[in-house]
Design a binder for this molecule. Structure first.
Ligand SMILES: [Zn+2]
Length: 285
């Protein structure tokens, strides 16, 4: 049970927040083989962002459960979990704290072409994206790797920091409301920023780079990141823009960027494949 009031920091002016020393320019990850390196402005702690993300994630799941679309078991969910476990095992390449993250994978049975990973490792897939795009395991790994990379790079924390700078995330904490209501309202606001507000072009490129490295290290053919983009582009030609595309524009440029990364990550994929083959060849018992 939470008894603590929701973050006081939101009701503070930015000046006070800055003077408390919560700001900082850091890079949240090591560069990896693809060389992701950029200093990030962070005005909130990772713990505060994780707490908001957890509340938003719980709300999302509660709403899905009330609609009867929250998938509790079955082969599709098992498939997602298997893919997630392989990717999560590789995240330590970029940061050493992910073994302590409370990773979760959920599947929502709605015809939505979308997938997300909240800060702290809360992964959501919709059956719509898997079924309508007929995704292979490698293509699911490409999308999931990309979303995990946003979490590893703490892009959500960066977006919230930017919203604080623009003072668009400040009203809720001062509203008079019971704590629980306030917490949910704040989480909804955070969820809007985390999920609906597009990432910058820099962040997208970082997530593409880190995501393709993660999938390659996990033994998924990184060329499937390119075929996944092609499917997304095809899906957007039917007139309706899939939800995923409203925040992740697909295009020739993006496919070209991914293609250029292949020489860096295919050797990682080949190495993992050889290791897996060697492990499978060892007689058991
Ligand atoms: Zn993205």
């Amino acid at each position: 049970m939470k008894t603590r009031r929701f973050p006081v920091w939101l009701s503070l002016s930015l000046g006070i927040v800055l003077s408390l020393g919560l700001s900082g320019c850091v890079s949240s990850t090591t560069p990896g083989a693809v060389g992701v390196q950029r200093s990030q402005l962070m005005l909130v702690s990772a713990g505060q962002v994780s707490q908001m993300a957890e509340t938003a994630f719980r709300e999302q799941n509660t709403q899905a459960a009330s609609k009867g679309t929250f998938v509790r078991s079955g082969p599709e969910l098992d498939r997602l979990k298997r893919i997630a476990n392989r990717l999560i095992a590789q995240t330590r390449v970029y940061r050493d704290d992910t073994a302590q993250w409370a990773w979760q994978v959920v599947l929502i049975d709605e015809p939505v072409i979308n997938a997300t990973c909240y800060p702290g490792g809360k992964i959501t897939f919709y059956t719509g994206i898997i079924r309508q795009l007929r995704l292979t395991d490698g293509e699911i790994a490409a999308i999931m790797g990309h979303e995990i990379a946003h979490a590893l790079r703490e892009h959500g924390r960066e977006k919230i920091s930017q919203s604080m700078l623009q003072q668009t995330l400040a009203g809720v904490a001062v509203a008079v409301a019971p704590d629980k209501q306030r917490e949910v309202a704040l989480a909804n606001q955070a969820a809007t920023i985390l999920v609906q507000l597009p990432y910058s072009r820099h962040m997208e490129l970082e997530a593409d780079k880190m995501g393709i490295e993660l999938m390659a290290r996990a033994g998924f053919d990184p060329r499937e990141a390119v075929s996944m983009q092609r499917k997304l582009m095809a899906a957007s030609q039917g007139g309706r823009t899939p939800e995923f595309l409203s925040t992740h524009p697909a295009g020739e440029r993006r496919m070209q960027d991914l293609n250029e990364l292949l020489p860096l990550v295919i050797p990682l994929y080949e190495r993992t494949r050889q290791e897996n083959a060697a492990a499978a060849a060892v007689p058991r018992g």
